[in-house]
Design a protein around this ligand. Structure first.
Ligand SMILES: [Fe+2]
Ligand SMILES: [Fe+2]
Length: 282
């Protein structure tokens, strides 16, 4: 991608870019900034003059548009997945997850600047944020093609809870966000692709296939940097993972697991099987 379309970008540090995304409410605006800042970061790395990380204070909660209305998951109306309305609801739910993921990846960049990392850490999360921005826009395009839009339906409140719970625990953040929540996406996305293929919604099939392929990378980044930190502190990654998930994750890990894609992402079975259906709901 040439240029970054934002003349402010070269003046900002990477953490300031992250906060710029986090404090932008509109989804299309947020993702446009995310793409622009990611391109600026990549260009600076390619030129051998990386944008400095700097430091900035990310908001406890990112800015979001007035719509969708955010409801307790129990109050979000359930629709039959096989119906046109059900398919729109499913795409809407994925769009909401993707927008949240954009903020999650920029947040991890700005939140933990006191922990030293090789530049590859920032390459990975900038790339993940860039890809989530694409995923959100793909879902918005599919919704619009079906006569709806992001914001037309209520969405789950509490999606940011994992970020707030791990606001001062980077290893907890890595364990819960990429290695539990995004890994869950690998388990459920193939079924969604089948559903849209049966319904003949080709745009959604193509978009979900892109998401499915790229999410493996996000889980892999989580696993890589989790293991890196365990190595730095001479900790056993599996035991630490179990402790952190039990501490921060509110819900059970639900089989069936996509063992093939989880393995591709560096997540071995002895990480997740012992937590299946075991973690209390709360
Ligand atoms: Fe995504
Ligand atoms: Fe992701």
């Amino acid at each position: 991608m040439a240029g970054h379309g934002n003349t402010d970008s070269p003046m900002m540090t990477l953490s300031e870019m992250a906060v710029d995304v986090l404090t932008t409410a509109d989804g299309r605006d947020k993702t446009a900034k995310s793409h622009a800042h990611a391109a600026a970061w990549r260009a600076s790395r390619a030129a051998g003059t990386p944008i400095p990380l700097g430091s900035a204070t990310p908001p406890l909660r990112p800015s979001r548009p007035d719509r969708p209305e955010l409801l307790d998951p129990r109050n979000v109306p359930k629709r039959k997945p096989g119906s046109p309305a059900g398919r729109i609801a499913l795409l809407h739910a994925v769009a909401h997850i993707e927008l949240n993921a954009v903020d999650l990846h920029w947040d991890i960049i700005a939140r933990f600047t006191d922990v030293p990392f090789p530049p590859g850490f920032y390459d990975d999360w900038v790339r993940a944020a860039d890809e989530e921005s694409k995923h959100f826009n793909l879902m918005c395009d599919c919704l619009e093609e079906l006569g709806s839009h992001y914001g037309a339906l209520p969405a789950h409140a509490g999606m940011w809870r994992a970020a707030e719970d791990t606001v001062d625990d980077l290893m907890g953040r890595l364990a819960v966000v990429p290695m539990v929540l995004e890994a869950r996406g690998l388990d459920v996305t193939p079924g969604m692709i089948t559903l849209f293929r049966k319904a003949g919604v080709d745009s959604a099939v193509a978009a979900l296939e892109t998401i499915y392929a790229e999410e493996v990378g996000h889980v892999a980044y989580g696993s890589k940097w989790f293991n890196f930190l365990c190595g730095r502190h001479e900790l056993d990654p599996r035991d630490v993972f179990h402790d952190l998930v039990r501490n921060y994750f509110h819900g059970a890990l639900k089989p069936p697991f996509n063992e093939e894609k989880r393995a591709e992402a560096g997540l071995p079975p002895d990480f997740y099987w012992p937590l299946a259906e075991e973690v209390g709901r709360g």
